[in-house]
Design a protein around this ligand. Sequence first.
Ligand code: C5P
Length: 208
Amino acid sequence: SRPPVIAVDGPAAAGKGTLARRLAAELGLPYLDTGLLYRAVGRRVLDTGADPADPAAAEAAALGLTAADTARGDLRGPEADRAASAVAAIPAVRAALLDFQRRFGAQNGAVLDGRDIGTVVFPQAEHKLFVTASPEVRARRRFLEMQGRGQAAEYDTVLAEIRARDEQDMNRAVAPLKPAPDARLLDTSSLDADAAFAAAMELLGVAA
Ligand code: C5P
């Protein structure tokens, strides 16, 4: 039978990336971090000096996206977060990235993480997880992550930015962040990475 598509959606810093990467390795599936696509588009717009919320500039950046753009070193951090969330609200940007995501998963199956994988990109995915955690827990994780990278960070600022990005991602008109009706919910607020992985394997019905 065809290898499965596994959709891992949820808000910023809920632990989706770590979890999705590990599921892919465990199950021998390709992995795609779809947030990276939006981050790279946001960076391309910033490079041109345009506003990431400018639909024409953002669409041009999305249509011209190359693999090298997703490998640049400046895709993490508050500026990239904001730019990604801004371009992600533009329908033409989402449309431009849709085919690539679908082709990535269609052939050999895949684990994809993002905001709309289970609702829009692969509504027929065999497995869907919606990974959440409280804003405070997510802010703390992101704060520690930034400290680890040597980026200046303040917890209160990180928490405010997480809340702002949740707002923007949940309330946009196109492909808003929300669980697919058939998604399994996984709250990682009190779980470390190992416990989240074990819980996910159980929800997916795969023995760890
Ligand atoms: O997952 P990550 O935090 O890297 O995503 C960055 C931004 O890209 C999100 O805040 C969201 O606005 C956007 N995004 C999206 N749809 C996806 C993945 C990311 O809208 N599938």
